[in-house]
Design a protein around this ligand. Structure first.
Ligand code: SF4
Length: 189
C-alpha cells in the first residue's frame, strides 16, 4: 500500500484564529523526554496535518481537552520557576495553530525568566514553509530556541533519532538559523 505523505499547507491557508479553541490536551511538568533537561510540557489541542501514525491522534481534535486558564498558566510559571527545570516545551497537536494561547504563555515566560529558561517546540510545518506564514506564527517562532520541524512520516520512522519519530524531522537552532543562510541544526545525529 502506498504511504500517504502529509502535505505542507499553502502559505496562510491554516490560521490559528479560525481553528484554535484554546484547549490543552495535557500538561506534563518535570519530564525528561520532551527535549534536553527537565522540562514542563504543554500539549495543545488541534492539528491539521493528520500524519498517518501520529503519536497523539486524540490531540488532533481542536475541541479535545481542557480550556487554557490563568490558573494553569500560573501553575506552569510556578513549575518553571524550579531551579532544576531547564525550560518549556510546546507540542500537541500543533503549537502554531494555537498561537493565541502560546503567544500569551511565551510572552509571560520571557517576562518572568528572560532567557534563563529555554523554549522548545515541535511543529508539523517545515522551517522553509513556516517563514512564509502568518504574523502570529512568526511571532511565536521568535520566542522559540529549538524547533523540531516537519510532519511525522511513517515511511521514514526511525526511533533511534533523538527527540524525533521520523528522520525527515530536524532539530533546528532557531537563533543560529536566523543569522545564517542555511538551517543550523541544534542536534545533528
Ligand atoms: S504534526 Fe504531529 S500532532 Fe500533527 S498529525 Fe502529525 S504527528 Fe500528529
Amino acid at each position: 500500500m502506498a504511504t500517504r505523505i502529509p502535505q505542507q499547507p499553502k502559505p496562510k491557508a491554516w490560521l490559528s484564529e479560525k481553528w484554535t479553541q484554546k484547549k490543552i490536551a495535557d500538561y506534563k511538568p518535570f519530564n525528561f523526554v520532551d527535549g534536553e533537561g527537565i522540562r514542563c510540557s504543554v500539549y495543545v489541542s488541534g492539528c491539521l496535518f493528520n500524519c498517518p501514525g501520529c503519536y497523539n491522534k486524540i490531540a488532533q481534535d481542536f475541541s479535545y481537552g481542557v480550556e487554557y486558564t490563568q490558573q494553569l498558566e500560573d501553575q506552569i510559571i510556578t513549575d518553571l520557576g524550579q531551579s532544576y527545570v531547564q525550560g518549556l516545551t510546546l507540542l500537541g497537536g500543533e503549537p502554531f495553530l494555537n498561537t493565541p494561547v502560546l503567544l500569551q504563555l511565551c510572552e509571560r515566560v520571557r517576562k518572568e525568566f528572560g532567557q534563563t529558561k529555554d523554549i522548545w517546540s515541535w511543529t508539523g510545518y517545515e522551517w522553509e514553509n513556516l517563514q512564509q506564514e502568518s504574523e502570529d506564527k512568526l511571532a511565536l517562532l521568535s520566542y522559540i530556541d529549538v524547533l523540531v520541524d516537519g510532519p511525522f512520516i511513517l515511511a521514514k520512522k526511525d526511533l533511534t533519532k533523538a527527540f524525533r519519530g521520523s528522520y525527515n524531522q530536524r532539530i533546528i537552532d532557531v537563533a543560529k538559523t536566523k543569522e545564517s543562510d542555511e538551517i543550523v541544526l541544534y542536534i545533528d545525529d
